[in-house]
Design a binder for this molecule. Structure first.
Ligand code: UN1
Length: 501
């Protein structure tokens, strides 16, 4: 239990600013009776202030050296390490994530800051050859300006840092809007940057709801780059809005209807384990969670039995309890969506193995707890339950005959995010890699577990084709070409004469 209820504030131009209007409550999804904090329900006014502060800080910040800018991240990491376990507990209480996963979220955030700190001393631009021997040709990078970082609640520490760290190191200034489900961990993150003495306006925090604070932020005419992680529906609106503004660039990381493909020859226990982790870790609330497990017919029945057996035994409970494997869903809306898709599966002809009921008694009272929902079904291109993202512990096991069919089913989705292939045959594994449309792929592993130094992003409805995490260097910098002449006369490319006579 938290001893005090946080009175949340915004952080604009280096000043902590209390709510000027209404507030919203932040409650523990495992026990909604527990109030964690009250935060400003910001709107256009606060957004205007934050964007203006970021704009004002930009010229000074971009003139700092890249290495000096990155040193703030090193200082940030030292402070986070001081409070690491406390932060993990807080994150677990606020976000519905089990304590082990909350710890991993903090570790991943530390990794992001360490990665960009280290990367500041590595290559940045490129030196190329010119057609003219006396010319040096460079690709040089410049910061883009003001970045809006709009982050999700399911990785409330790591993902904001994926977005904020490269933005800052490359000389941009940032307005960060945490998800309304996780304002507290968002505020803590910014408090560390304040404590390390980041210059005012370089990083600003605006709390509030997506429509009221997020939308005015991403559509603000003085924001140059929008980095967004969240639902495909919101991402599509952001992409549309950015396309209408000539200066705006966006990277949107959205959902998935990810799948594991398990071949007959796979290590059976490993594949079952990987499937359980892919489907139920984070209570299925990752953009890379697997909601489809494709299993080759030769092992299908045995796999279903083993998977259902494991899923039945999953320990559901308080996320702070070390023995818990699956915490609650994050919100009532999450439970309603989950229940809707459980009903839809039945309507669309699924065979239900675990019913996904809501848990409301005893230790579950007052929390958003549900049981896993597991069904089997032949692939049906018309079944919405096989195509739409649930974002919960909801998984269909689907049989296939051969690799071609598996790849066809895998690709029969508007999304294209995570893939896992379980097989012992390198030919099968390689062929699956070439045939499937994915952004994050795994072999003999779950569909989760990406590391910060890799690009992270999906295709089709899952992304803009521009990966997040390590891939964001490209989004937050503008590449300029820079040609320098060392001769006493002008020599032009393509054989063009510079002679004016
Ligand atoms: C997400 O699923 O929203 O790969 C992010 C992973 C994590 C990040 C997931 N490192 O599972």
């Amino acid at each position: 239990m938290l001893s005090t209820i946080t009175r949340g504030t915004n952080y604009i131009g280096g000043t902590w600013a209390a709510a000027i209007g209404e507030t919203f409550e932040d409650r523990n999804p495992a026990n909604t009776g527990e109030l964690l904090g009250v935060f400003p329900r910001s709107g256009i006014l606060e957004v205007e202030g934050a964007v203006a502060a970021a704009r004002a800080a930009f010229q000074g910040w971009k003139r700092e050296s890249r290495i000096r800018r990155a040193e703030y991240l090193d200082a940030f990491v030292q402070l986070v390490k001081r409070d690491q376990e406390e932060l993990a507990q807080l994150l677990s209480m606020e976000s519905s994530k089990c304590i082990a996963e909350a710890r991993a979220d903090i570790v991943e955030g530390i990794h992001a800051a360490q990665y960009w700190f280290g990367r500041a001393r590595t290559e940045w631009g490129e030196v190329l050859a010119s057609e003219i021997p006396e010319k040096d040709v460079f690709i040089h990078r410049k910061p883009k300006g003001v970045v809006a970082a709009v982050a999700p609640w399911n990785f409330p520490f790591a993902i904001p840092l994926w977005l904020i760290c490269p933005s800052l190191v490359e000389g941009n200034t940032v307005v960060f809007k945490p998800a309304e489900e996780t304002p507290l961990i968002g505020q803590r993150l910014v408090e560390y940057f304040d404590e390390v003495g980041l210059p005012p306006g370089v990083l600003n925090l605006v709390q509030g709801y997506g429509e009221e604070a997020g939308w005015p932020l991403v559509t603000h005419p003085d924001v140059d780059v929008v980095l967004f992680t969240g639902s495909a529906e919101v991402g599509a609106r952001i992409k549309e809005a950015c396309a209408r503004d000539y200066r705006k660039y966006c990277v949107c990381e959205m959902g998935g209807k990810n799948a594991m493909i398990v071949f007959d020859d796979a290590d059976f226990d490993l594949a079952v384990n990987a499937a359980v982790i892919s489907a139920f870790r984070t209570t299925g609330q990752r953009c890379v969670s697997a909601e489809r497990i494709l299993v080759q017919r030769g092992i299908f029945d045995r796999f279903v039995d083993a998977f259902v057996e494991r899923a039945r035994k999953i320990r559901i409970g308080d996320p702070l309890d070390e023995a818990t494997f699956m915490g609650p869903l994050v919100s009532d809306a999450g439970v309603e969506k989950f229940e809707y898709y459980c009903r839809l599966a039945v309507e669309e002809g699924a065979t239900v193995h675990l019913d996904g009921g809501r848990l409301e008694d005893g230790e579950y009272a007052g929390g958003y707890f549900v049981r896993p929902f597991v069904y089997t079904m032949e692939h049906d291109p018309k079944a919405r339950v096989l195509r739409e993202e649930v974002f919960g512990p909801h998984v269909g096991i689907i049989p296939f005959d051969d690799l071609d069919e598996a790849a066809r089913i895998y690709n029969d989705s508007e999304y294209g995010f995570a893939l896992s292939v379980c097989s012992r045959d390198y030919r099968t594994i390689r062929a699956a890699r070439e045939a499937c449309d994915f952004g994050v792929g795994y072999v003999n592993l779950p569909t989760i577990g990406a590391e910060v130094h890799l690009p992270f992003g999906g295709l089709k409805k899952s992304g803009t084709g521009m990966p997040s995490a390590a891939g964001l260097l490209e989004a937050v910098t503008h590449k300029v070409s820079w040609t320098v002449n060392h001769a006493d006369e002008i020599k032009l490319a393509q054989g063009l004469k510079a002679d004016l006579s």
